[in-house]
Ligand binder design. Structure first.
Ligand code: COA
Length: 264
């Protein structure tokens, strides 16, 4: 089993087949500095490689924030080259999350601003606490989103709504985020993590290879023409049809029992 490395700003807990990843810098509202980004990347890589992990929940330590953005102390010092490097590091993390073979779920337990919302946007699904505030306030700091926000937010909620959020810079509350489809559900803060664990456990009860290929079909297909996407889907359907997992899923249904997936 690949080890999650020792970390200072990120904490990983395991509960059965679920992994919980906490951004853990509560005194700075979990703002993303270089170390935190590097540790999150390392944690995601280790959990993706670990066959015992079925789904990953990303959340923030403490009561107040998921992640209040990229670290403004760091941003304040950047020039042209390190600004671009910084954006690339954050983007690499979001791509790693998006390309992870397991479902990655954001439990937005408070402020998700700037890089925090961009982290959540790279997750497969998002749930928020009722007191959450989410937004891309970069223009109010004289910068633009750099960890994928200008690309993923319009793809998720449409360019009109995304442009309003990006150009206005004001955060929206959890109910508004639900209304525009930015989050899939809203729960009381005290029960958010338990509710998200329940939903994640439903995903983990499904075929692991089917989950990985279904995610791949949606993620890769999003950048393709309809015909190319359908070709990809047919190819992946062919691959899943050759697996023991498919045989087990079908047999379990016909024998009226729960499937027993090959997950170490
Ligand atoms: N980067 C660095 N530090 C941050 C931070 C960020 N993005 N967000 C919060 N912090 C720090 C604060 O500087 C403060 O540190 P200090 O106690 O050493 O002064 C600590 O976290 C607590 O934040 P504070 O502002 O006192 O909390 P608040 O409840 O009054 O306000 C926010 C909460 C989220 C509204 C406010 O912190 C904020 O606007 N943060 C920046 C959000 C942002 O613009 N993010 C996008 C960055 S690109």
């Amino acid at each position: 089993m690949p080890e999650v490395p020792e970390m200072q700003n990120v904490m990983v807990e395991r509960e059965g087949h679920l992994a919980l990843v906490y951004v853990n810098r509560p005194s700075k509202l979990n703002a993303l500095d270089d170390l935190t980004i590097a540790e999150l990347s390392a944690a995601m890589a280790a959990l993706d490689d670990d066959d015992a992990v079925g789904a990953i929940i990303v959340t923030g330590a403490g009561e107040k924030a998921f992640v209040a953005g990229a670290d403004i102390q760091v941003l304040a010092k950047q020039g042209v080259l390190d600004g671009k490097e910084n954006a690339r590091r954050g983007q690499a993390l979001t791509l790693r999350m998006e390309n992870c073979r397991k479902p990655v779920i954001a439990a937005i337990n408070g402020f998700a601003l700037g890089g925090g919302l961009e982290l959540a946007l790279a997750c497969d699904v998002r749930f928020a606490s009722d007191n959450a505030k989410v937004g891309l306030p970069e223009v109010s700091l004289g910068i633009i989103p750099g960890y994928g926000g200008t690309q993923r937010l319009p793809r998720l909620v449409g360019s009109g709504v995304a442009l309003q959020m990006i150009l206005q810079g004001d955060p929206i509350d959890a109910q508004e985020a639900l209304r525009i489809g930015l989050v899939n559900g809203v729960f009381e803060q005290a029960s958010l993590l338990d509710e998200v664990k329940k939903l994640a456990s439903r995903m983990v009860s499904r075929g692991p290879q089917a989950l990985a290929l279904a995610k791949q079909a949606v993620r890769r297909g999003a950048h393709m023409s309809l015909q190319d996407g359908l070709d990809l889907e047919a190819d992946l359907f062919g691959i899943i049809s050759s697996t023991d997992e498919m045989k087990e899923g079908m047999a379990a249904f016909l024998e009226k029992r729960k499937p027993s997936w090959l997950r170490k």
